[in-house]
Design a binder for this molecule. Sequence first.
Ligand code: ATP
Length: 363
Amino acid sequence: MDSKATSVSLVGVSKTFQGVSVAVDSLSLEIKEGEFVVLVGPSGCGKSTVLRMIAGLDSPTSGEIFISGVNASNVEPKDRDIAMVFQTHALYPHMTVRENLEFGLKLKGLFTSNEIRERVRETAEILELESVLDRKPKHLSGGQRQRVALGRAMVRKPRIFLFDEPLSNLDAKMRNQMRVELGRLHTRLQSTMVFVTHDQTEAMTMGDRIVCLNEGKIQQIGSPMELYSHPANEFVAGFIGIPPMNIFSVQFIRDDIFIEKAGLSIPAFSSVASTLKKYPRIRMGIRPEYLSICSSSPKAIPITVEVIEPLGPETLIYTRCNDLSLVVRVSAGSHYEVGERLFLCLDELKIQMFDISTGESIH
Ligand code: ATP
């Protein structure tokens, strides 16, 4: 399929709805030609509103959107050459898959019947829908229906694909499969794609870049691993990663770190001592894979095992030290028991620190 990938830039875009303080707040973002960008964040953070503004279905209250360098404010949605795929796939139930795919093209009246046939053939081949072209939607699986919805966008060969949580209605297995298929599709089409999800696994696995939003504001833009390994603030640290990073408040008292909820002091790690001297109280973060079960030592935290979750290739152990909960990722085959008293060691080079008042990462 030929590609007409294009760039999108949002410059200081805000959107206020009546009764909502600010749905999108001064958002600036450059999406390059052919890029796959994922907008991720909790429900209500403004993801769909951003997508709708790019599509032209909502107008910004302030700021500007440029598509291929052209200010989009005077371009009607139908003239933006953008296809949007939603969570509910809205196929015409009385039409076959072929008719569903042809419908938009016939409506436009711009294509000969040969062109329409060729586009449908090509799309059906890419999405592996050839064998179901003569079926009606009710005789398809959820994944096949979602592929038809995608196909209806693809036959148009739009400049930009916008996806609004298109996989959320599928079961876990089908979601995984569609994630891989969409990745393949992007590699093949090289189109610009913007994908909205509240599911951080989707964001981590699909995007060239992730834009993490909260309360209408960008929290961080970066590759999946940048957000995972170097979160810009405590929000991103807690949102990206399953299970989330362990984050707790600590104080620096003399040469010790006092872990507040644990009510416990351990000798300060050299990797954090200089920061702690500047910030006497901070939020400390450590990913579950950088905690390990160890033998008793001055820097080890005594814990009790509360829950064990074997996940196949790895096991999660939920532990507690007084009021502090810590989750640890261990390899499969480790044998622990609920109620067992053990010690946890932190990989001190992997500790993250966040300002207690702003939540910003402290480097
Ligand atoms: P979700 O993941 O739940 O779909 P979202 O991140 O996509 O959420 P938006 O749908 O963009 O969030 O909504 C952002 C905020 O704007 C929310 O507070 C929402 O209630 C509000 N909002 C969105 N559309 C409208 C509207 N048409 N009128 C009034 N408020 C709206």
